[in-house]
Design a protein around this ligand. Structure first.
Ligand code: PDD
Length: 282
C-alpha cells in the first residue's frame, strides 16, 4: 500500500508531496517537528508530545497553523489513510515560505505543515531490544537550545553516520565538562555502580524527552532509586546497565559503550522491567 502524506491542507501520495524551495525550513532550518510512536493504531504519550509541540512553536514564535485539536484530527486521518498500526507519525511545522531573508517575514506568512506516517517492523524492533544495542561517544557540538525540537539536526546526523560506520545504533554526545548530554535521537540513562537509575536533569542541553518523562513516572511507581544527575562515559562504562529512550523505541538496552561491554554485556533487569512497564502501560 502506498504511503499518504499531508501537506498544507492536502493528502497526497508520499512521492508527490512537495514544499516550496523558499520554505524557511529548507533555507534556514527554521522549523520544528514532533514524533509520536504509534502502537495498535493509537498515539503513544499523546498529550506529552502535543505539549512539547506547542512549547517548541512558542519558543520560536511560530504561529500554530491550526489549533491542537485540529492538528490531532489531521494526524489521526494520516494514520487512518496509511492504515498504520505500528510505527510513528512525523509532524513538521516551518515558519513558512517567503523570499530569502534571515529575519522573520513581515507580515508573517502561513506556516508550512507536513504530516507523514511510517510503518515499522515490530518484530525487528523487539529483536533489537532483546539483543541490546551498541553506542559510541562523540563531542556534543550542537547549539545552546537543544530543548527546542527543531529540524537543525546536522550534528545529530553526522553523529549517527559515525555510529553506523562503527556498527553502533546510537551516539552519546558529551559536553565540554565531560558529561553525557543525550543521544543523537534519544535520551541517555544508566543504572550506576550503586544501582541508582540516572539521567541528566532537564536543561537547555537536552531534548525534554516525552518517553524520558514517562519512564521517570514508571520508575517512581516501581520505587526505584533514581537521581537526575549527569554522568560521564567513564561512569557509564562502569555502570550495571545502560539504556536509551525515544518515542519510536521506548526503553532500549545498551550492551556496549565504545566497544566496552556494560555490566555483563546483556540487557539488564532494571531496563527490561522498565521496558515491560512502558509497553504494558501502552
Ligand atoms: N527523537 N533527544 C533527541 C535529540 C531526540 O531527537 C529524541 C527523539 C529524544 C527522545 O525524545 P522522545 O522520548 O520525546 O521521543 C531525545 C525522535 C524520535 C526523532 O528525532 O525521530
Amino acid at each position: 500500500m502506498s504511503r499518504i502524506a499531508y501537506v498544507n491542507g492536502v493528502y497526497l501520495p508520499h512521492p508527490d508531496a512537495r514544499v516550496s524551495i523558499d520554505d524557511r525550513g529548507f533555507l534556514f532550518g527554521d522549523a520544528i517537528y514532533e514524533v509520536w510512536g504509534v502502537i495498535d493504531g493509537a498515539l503513544r504519550d499523546r498529550e506529552g508530545h502535543f505539549a512539547r509541540l506547542a512549547r517548541s512553536l512558542r519558543e520560536l514564535e511560530i504561529t500554530p497553523p491550526m489549533g491542537m485539536a485540529a492538528l490531532e484530527r489531521v494526524i489521526r486521518e494520516t494514520i487512518r489513510r496509511n492504515r498504520l498500526r505500528f510505527g510513528y507519525v512525523y509532524l513538521q511545522i516551518s515558519r513558512g515560505a517567503a523570499p530569502r531573508d534571515h529575519a522573520f517575514p513581515a507580515p508573517p506568512v502561513r506556516p508550512t505543515l507536513v504530516v507523514t506516517a511510517k510503518r515499522l517492523d515490530r518484530k525487528a524492533y523487539e529483536a533489537r531490544a532483546a539483543a541490546g544495542v551498541s553506542v559510541i561517544t562523540a563531542p556534543d557540538i550542537r547549539w545552546g537550545r537543544c530543548d527546542i525540537k527543531t529540524v537543525n539536526l546536522l550534528p545529530n546526523a553526522l553523529a549517527k553516520e559515525a555510529a553506523k560506520r562503527a556498527g553502533a545504533a546510537e551516539v552519546w554526545l558529551v559536553d565540554e565538562a565531560g558529561f553525557v548530554t543525550e543521544g543523537a535521537s534519544s535520551n541517555a540513562w544508566i543504572v550506576d555502580a550503586h544501582g541508582v537509575l540516572r539521567t541528566r536533569a532537564l536543561d537547555h542541553a537536552i531534548l525534554h524527552g516525552v518517553t524520558r518523562a514517562r519512564v521517570l513516572e514508571l520508575a517512581t511507581a516501581l520505587q526505584m532509586r533514581m537521581d537526575e544527575t549527569p554522568f560521564t562515559p567513564q561512569e557509564a562504562a562502569a555502570a550495571r546497565e545502560a539504556f536509551l529512550t525515544s518515542a519510536t523505541n521506548g526503553p532500549v538496552p545498551i550492551v556496549r559503550l565504545d566497544g566496552t561491554p556494560i555490566g555483563d554485556g546483556r540487557p539488564g533487569p532494571v531496563t527490561l522491567r522498565l521496558r515491560d512497564a512502558y509497553f504494558g502501560a501502552a
